[in-house]
Ligand binder design. Structure first.
Ligand code: AMP
Ligand code: TRP
Length: 334
C-alpha cells in the first residue's frame, strides 16, 4: 500500500449505473483499491444542482452504493460514503468559490451542455459545480482521481484552484495537484443509438445504454438493436474513423473480452457486425448480469448499506476535519 498516494473519486446518485460508468470508472476504482488508499464518494450535493425528487434521491443513493460494492469495492478497504454527510465538502467549496475565477468557470463545457440554451435559468449550483468537485478532492488532499474523459476539464480546473490557493496563501505544496487517471481505450463509452454522444443516464431511450441491472434478455436485445454498420468489419482502425457506432461496439468488445483492438480486427475482419454482436452480448451477459444480481441482493438489505455509509462517513470525517483545520488556518479564519 503506497502511503503517499490517495485516491478520491465521486459518482452522482442520479439513476442507474451503466456500462459507461462501469468501464470508464468503477473497474478502475476496484483495481486501485488493491494498490492505494481509496475514498469513493456518492456525490449527492452535485446531484441536486439539477432538481431531484427527494425520495428518488434517497433511493438512488443506496442504489449507487450497492453498485459500488457489487462491482467489487470492499467497504473494509476503501472508504465509501455520501458527500452531504461530511459538511467539510460544502465548507471548503465556499472557500474555493473565493479562489476560483469566473473566467475559469465560463470555459467549462459540461455546464454549457447541461444548462442548455437558456443559461439564465440554470441553478447557481450547476455553474459552480466544478468548485465543489475541487473541494471534494482537496478536502482529502487526494493525489489521484480515476474518472472518465468527460471529467478531464473539471480535473484541470481542480489543479488550477489548488495551485492558486497554494500561491495566494504562500503555502507551496500544501494542496497536491491531483492527477487524473483516465482509462486509455474506454474513457468514453458512446451511446448505442448515436456514436457521437456519450452513454449516459440522461439519454431518453433505454436502448442507448446497458444498465448494470439489465437482464440477459435486455442485454441481448439492446446489442442486437445497437446501431453498427452495413459494411463488413474492416481490418484496421482508420477505416472506422467515420463510423463511431461500429468503433464503439468494437472497443467495448475489446475491453470486455480483454483482446486488444488490433487482434479483434485481425480476427473479425470481413465478418458481418452480427457476428461481433453475438459474441459481445455473450461477454456482457457473463460480466454484467452477476453484478446486477448482486445489486438487487444488496438493495434487499438497506440497513447494511446505511451501515456502510455510516462507517465511511466516520472514517472520511477524521481526515476531512484535520485538513479543514489547517485550511482554515491558512486562510485566516478563526
Ligand atoms: P456520473 O454518473 O456522471 O457521476 O459519472 C461517474 C463516473 O463515470 C465518472 O468518472 C464519469 O467520467 C464516468 N462516466 C460516465 N459516463 C461515462 C461514459 N459514457 N464513458 C466512460 N466513462 C463514463
Ligand atoms: N463530476 C463528476 C461526474 O459527474 C462526479 C464528481 C464529483 C467527482 N466530485 C468528484 C469525480 C471528485 C471525481 C472527483 O462524474
Amino acid at each position: 500500500m503506497n502511503k503517499n498516494k490517495l485516491v478520491f473519486s465521486g459518482v452522482q446518485p442520479t439513476g442507474n449505473l451503466h456500462l459507461g460508468n462501469y468501464l470508464g470508472a468503477l473497474k478502475n476504482f476496484v483495481a486501485l483499491q488493491k494498490e492505494m488508499e481509496c475514498i469513493y464518494c456518492v456525490v449527492d450535493l452535485h446531484a441536486i444542482t439539477v432538481f431531484q425528487k427527494p425520495e428518488e434521491l434517497k433511493s438512488n443513493l443506496l442504489e449507487t452504493v450497492a453498485g459500488f460494492i457489487a462491482a467489487g469495492l470492499n467497504p473494509d478497504k476503501s472508504i465509501i460514503f455520501n458527500q452531504s454527510s461530511v459538511s467539510g465538502h460544502a465548507e471548503l467549496a465556499w472557500i474555493l468559490n473565493c479562489v476560483s475565477r469566473i473566467g475559469w468557470l465560463n470555459r467549462m463545457t459540461q455546464f454549457k451542455d447541461k444548462a442548455g440554451s437558456d443559461k439564465e435559468k440554470a441553478s447557481v449550483g450547476l455553474y459552480i459545480y466544478p468548485n465543489l468537485m475541487a473541494a471534494d478532492i482537496l478536502l482529502y488532499k487526494a493525489t489521484h482521481v480515476p474518472v472518465g474523459a468527460d471529467q478531464k476539464q473539471h480535473l484541470e480546473l481542480s489543479r488550477d484552484i489548488a495551485q492558486k490557493f497554494n500561491n495566494d496563501f504562500k503555502c507551496k505544496d500544501f494542496f497536491p495537484l491531483p492527477e487524473p487517471l483516465i482509462p486509455k481505450n474506454v474513457s468514453r463509452i458512446m451511446s448505442l443509438r448515436d456514436g457521437t454522444k456519450k452513454m449516459s443516464k440522461s439519454e431518453e431511450s433505454d436502448y442507448s445504454r446497458i444498465n448494470l441491472k439489465d437482464s440477459a434478455d435486455d442485454i441481448s436485445k439492446k446489442i442486437k438493436k445497437a446501431k453498427s454498420d452495413s459494411d463488413q468489419i474492416p481490418d484496421n482502425l482508420k477505416a472506422l474513423e467515420k463510423k463511431p457506432e461500429a468503433l464503439n461496439l468494437i472497443t467495448i468488445y475489446s475491453e470486455i473480452s480483454k483482446i486488444s483492438l488490433e487482434k479483434v480486427l485481425n480476427e473479425m475482419s470481413g465478418k458481418e457486425y452480427s457476428f461481433l454482436k453475438n459474441k459481445l452480448a455473450e461477454h456482457l451477459i457473463s460480466e454484467i448480469t452477476p453484478v446486477g444480481k448482486e445489486v438487487k441482493k444488496l438493495l434487499a438489505d438497506k440497513s447494511h448499506l446505511l451501515q456502510v455509509l455510516k462507517k465511511g462517513k466516520e472514517k472520511a470525517s477524521i481526515i476531512a476535519e484535520e485538513n479543514l483545520k489547517n485550511i482554515r488556518e491558512k486562510v485566516g479564519l478563526i
